[in-house]
Write a protein that binds this ligand. Sequence first.
Ligand SMILES: NC(=O)C1=CN([C@@H]2O[C@H](COP(=O)(O)OP(=O)(O)OC[C@H]3O[C@@H](n4cnc5c(N)ncnc54)[C@H](OP(=O)(O)O)[C@@H]3O)[C@@H](O)[C@H]2O)[C@@H](O)CC1
Ligand SMILES: [K+]
Length: 503
Amino acid sequence: MKIFSAAQIREADAYTIQHEPISSVDLMERAAAACTGWIEDHFPPAHPVYIICGKGNNGGDGLAIVRQLLEKGYEANAWLLTGNASADNLANQARLEQRFPGHIHPLNDVQEFPAIAADGIIIDALFGTGLNKPVEGWLAGVIHRINDLRTRHTVIAIDMPSGLQADSSSLHTPVVQAHYTLSFETYKLAFMLPENAVFGGEIHVLPIGLHPDFLTQTPARFHLTDQETIRTIYQPRNPFGHKGTYGHALLIAGSYGKIGAALLATRACLRAGAGLVSAHVPGCGYEIMQLGEPAAMCVTDADMQHSTHFHLDINEAKYNSIGIGPGLGTHQQTALALEKLLDNYPLPMVLDADALNIISVYPYLLYKIPKGSLLTPHPKEFERLFGATANQFERLDLLSRKSVETGLYILLKGRYSTIACPDGSLYFNPTGNAGMATGGSGDVLTGILTAMLAQGYTPKAAIILGVWLHGYAGDLAAARLSQEAMTAGDIIHHLGDAFLQGI
Ligand SMILES: NC(=O)C1=CN([C@@H]2O[C@H](COP(=O)(O)OP(=O)(O)OC[C@H]3O[C@@H](n4cnc5c(N)ncnc54)[C@H](OP(=O)(O)O)[C@@H]3O)[C@@H](O)[C@H]2O)[C@@H](O)CC1
Ligand SMILES: [K+]
């Protein structure tokens, strides 16, 4: 699903008005009806509704919602900022006044903010995508008042929580903290970033019938992966396939005390469909690997404690893909071996954890990584690799720039893990949960991605599909075991169901 910028959403609005065709006030009526329907489905008319309306079209939506709720038997009223209202806002003031006189109250000061009855619901229709600067002065006071009331009253934001900028950072500015946001047609970029997590609440995207031609034909830089995307990527197995068809994957992982990381990555790699899986571990890991995962082959390093010779005897004819980093350690000899591996192995590989930590110490190695490789840093590793940023929009830009500059796919892990592609596009992944914030879940992802590359998926397909399945398996594990009790191994156990249900 594409994520459009505020400017593109305005274009979609204009395109729909021109090509459907539909008048702008009728489009507003449709948007309001989608919200009214949602409210009806979730809250009975016993709840009085207080709608705080701005002067633009977001406020116009609010006014139309008041009228539609009154028609459905709700007790609803608008508190409206006075001043230069937009044309459709004015039209809806007139419609409301004509149909239900006396339901519009002026809001010129925080003092005029209504007293909210015990089971009252507050609807925030102050500002939407037309916000053009941070909210200040007494209007900031209105936002603070809404936020003070949120512990006792449900707050529903129309299109966006007011004060939130759709495409840039709203850090340190007043923003409504909604319980629910009813967003029109698409997610906004702002919803994807952790720094805004407290504002949107539960986000529901309501279709309002923006023109399908615009939605399909307009290119977008940002995407939210959905099942439709996944179905176009996934390749069912060939009935005539044999284990050679699905590639030979090599995991280079583990060191003394961290052989478990190698085991998790190896098991995940097998479960994600690689034809053959080998693990390269230091000598101390041999029995653990052979006993722990009999389906995998094990190559031991000359070194007992940490791997330092993995660059020897490795070539693209032998291994279709390599995943390196989980539990590897950052020993200097390991770093040297990594450099030699990067010099000799030409195919896209997966680099995670200590492989990334080594590269952050020797940044020139970044430019030796084969093009199309997949890097999977968590935010701390990302910062070590590429430096700190003032906010997460800047981090997103940095992420994308680095991907384009290096020709590497970079996944920044988080609630919506973000995949930056060398073609400049970015994909947010919606699957996964906080139960996956536990040791070993990154190792599992490395194994899955390495398996996807081994099976012949393109790097872009491999990373989008692999990250989706990893999160999906994590969601299934959490549903069965709880986010608290699930472990990285449980993600692996649920990968089968993720293939069966998540595609
Ligand atoms: N997209 C669609 O298809 C559809 C979109 N629809 C709806 O339209 C919404 C967008 O409407 P919009 O463009 O009129 O902008 P909106 O968010 O109401 O804000 C503009 C107002 O806010 C004011 N203002 C801005 N910043 C301010 C500040 N910091 N502090 C104070 N004031 C500030 C600004 O005042 P000005 O700066 O112009 O004086 C102006 O009055 C969208 O979110 C959705 O709800 C649906 O109706 C139909 C389909
Ligand atoms: K709003």
